[in-house]
Design a protein around this ligand. Structure first.
Ligand SMILES: *Cc1c(COP(=O)(O)O)cnc(C)c1O
Length: 217
């Protein structure tokens, strides 16, 4: 199947309320344009430099999603145009995004990244840290915390993946009662998005199932 066919098949299978972020990291602009020409506008990248380079080359109505770990000293490069930052994992980073958003006279939408996986290596906040940041959110007038993001453990154990996603969904629902601006629950990638959708996800981040396997050289 071509990229276009894989995209259209996936897109057609999704419920209307689910936003698909096409994760284009490592892929060339030609590949992105194939999906863009189907009418798709939400694309995800995990590296600042790569996102900036693609932003400069591609149509300006693309909504760029930063999904990878973000260093505070790099926020300034994406602050003028980024659509949604999924990976806020500290209050320090939130503060920097707020500062750069102000300089650009923007309000930047962000998600708090919650650590739900067993792996040590995945970035993210625990529930209590996320609760504390939400409590302080009023201090940062140029960011809007629009939701939460999580990544499940990379495993074949579907029960474990389901448990991790449902624990985040439960926390999301609970926080929503106090913070109604929380509307987005970003969970699910190529291998686990069907499980994520069963457990309350309304935004999925899919790369290889659209663009094919990534080759890292
Ligand atoms: C790479 C990446 C994805 C997409 O992964 P695929 O398995 O290719 O769908 C989703 N989310 C994050 C945070 C990523 O880094």
């Amino acid at each position: 199947m071509t990229i276009r066919e894989k995209y259209l098949k996936l897109k057609e299978s999704l419920p209307e309320n689910v936003t698909l972020v096409a994760v284009s990291k490592t892929k060339p602009v030609e590949d992105i344009l194939q999906v863009y020409e189907c009418g798709h506008r939400d694309f995800g990248e995990n590296k600042v430099q790569e996102m900036v380079a693609k932003y400069e080359q591609l149509p300006k109505d693309i909504r760029w999603h930063m999904i990878g770990h973000l260093q505070t000293n790099k926020v300034k490069y994406i602050a003028p145009f980024v659509h949604l930052i999924h990976s806020v994992d500290s209050e320090k980073l939130l503060k920097e995004i707020d500062k750069r958003a102000k300089q650009n006279r923007r309000i930047i939408d962000v998600l708090l990244q919650i650590h739900i996986a067993q792996e040590e290596t995945k970035f993210g906040l625990d529930f209590q840290e996320a609760g504390n940041i939400l409590n302080n959110a009023a201090l940062y007038s140029n960011v809007k915390i629009s939701g939460l993001m999580g990544m499940a453990t990379y495993t074949n154990d579907e029960n474990q993946i389901a448990n991790e996603f449902s624990s985040l969904h439960r926390f999301f629902k609970q926080m929503q009662t106090t913070y109604p601006s929380l509307q987005i629950l970003s969970m699910g990638m190529s291998n686990d998005y069907p499980i994520a959708l069963k457990h309350g996800s309304n935004m999925i981040r899919v790369g290889s199932a659209i663009f094919g396997e990534r080759k890292y050289t």
